[in-house]
Design a protein around this ligand. Structure first.
Ligand SMILES: NC(=O)c1ccc[n+]([C@@H]2O[C@H](COP(=O)([O-])OP(=O)(O)OC[C@H]3O[C@@H](n4cnc5c(N)ncnc54)[C@H](OP(=O)(O)O)[C@@H]3O)[C@@H](O)[C@H]2O)c1
Length: 239
């Protein structure tokens, strides 16, 4: 996919954080974006800022990735507005961190339903369009999808599951000319886990760095597929 102008990407969880960083990079490269999240006001704010980069490139849809019906509606609206979906970025995710002794079943369900089932719900309604466009499917997993840690049981389970899911989907879809990549970032300066990005997060990966990485992946020659990409801060603080 060497020409990106007017290609269309669906990005879940793009009202802020990594999803918005990827959306900004795409709009700067002439692409259309369909952004989702659960809050209309924050989605409108994100779409307004994207319109400030290039007008008319953004469609905002309130949708919960836990709902396959919501995600079917998003895919239909996106195709109706922009004709096709060329790229799907399954990014929406949450984190609750607690020892298994304290983790609640609501927290467990939240992470499995959003971080894992939400990705299934995101890709399913887009497969036909990706086949037609020989498109690209990217999931945002985490280094927590390969490194386990105390208080991470549910988050680790969701992200280890997501890495396995994405790699298997890559094997299923490769024959149609669809590329699939799992991004596995370490610490990123976002609102994740009740953080408010500030100066203290300057050492972390920034959302625009992941935006740049997605653009580079999309532009890579079709013959080559980085199927799993681990991304770390170069200079983490000493522990
Ligand atoms: N930040 C990190 O250090 C880091 C590291 C590795 C991986 N990740 C992964 O990166 C992804 C993005 O996280 P982030 O760091 O950008 O966090 P963030 O700043 O909190 O953004 C999360 C986005 O997802 C949306 N979202 C949450 N639940 C949703 C749902 N059920 N349906 C639709 N949208 C939903 C949020 O909007 P609403 O709440 O308004 O719906 C928001 O737009 C997650 O999958 C996370 O696990 C983050």
């Amino acid at each position: 996919m060497q020409t990106l102008t007017n290609k269309t990407a669906l990005i879940t969880g793009a009202s802020k954080g990594i999803g918005l960083g990827i959306a900004e990079a795409m709009v700067k490269n002439g692409m259309n974006v369909i952004i989702t999240g659960r809050n209309q006001d924050s989605l409108n704010q994100a779409c307004n800022s994207l319109d400030g980069i290039s007008a008319g490139k953004c469609l905002a849809e309130v949708a919960d990735v836990r709902s396959i019906t919501d995600m079917q509606r998003v895919a239909q609206s996106g195709i109706a507005k922009f004709n096709a979906i060329d790229i799907v970025i399954a990014n929406a995710g949450v984190g609750h961190f607690a020892s298994i002794e304290d983790l609640t079943s609501e927290q467990w369900s939240d992470m499995i339903d959003i971080n894992l089932t939400g990705v299934f719900n995101t890709i399913k309604p887009c497969i036909e369009s990706l086949k037609q466009t020989k498109g690209y499917f990217i999931t945002v997993a985490s280094l927590a999808g390969t490194n386990f840690f105390a208080k991470g049981s549910a988050y680790n389970a969701s992200k280890f599951g997501l890495v396995g899911f994405t790699q298997a989907v890559m094997m299923d879809l490769r024959k149609y000319g669809i590329k699939t990549t799992t991004l596995m970032p370490g610490s990123v300066a976002t609102y994740f886990n009740n953080n408010t990005p500030s100066e203290k997060d300057a050492w972390k990966i920034q959302p625009q760095d992941l935006g740049q990485m997605v653009i580079d992946l999309l532009k890579l020659d079709p013959r080559t597929l980085p199927s799993k990409v681990e991304i770390r801060p170069s200079f983490p603080p000493a522990k």
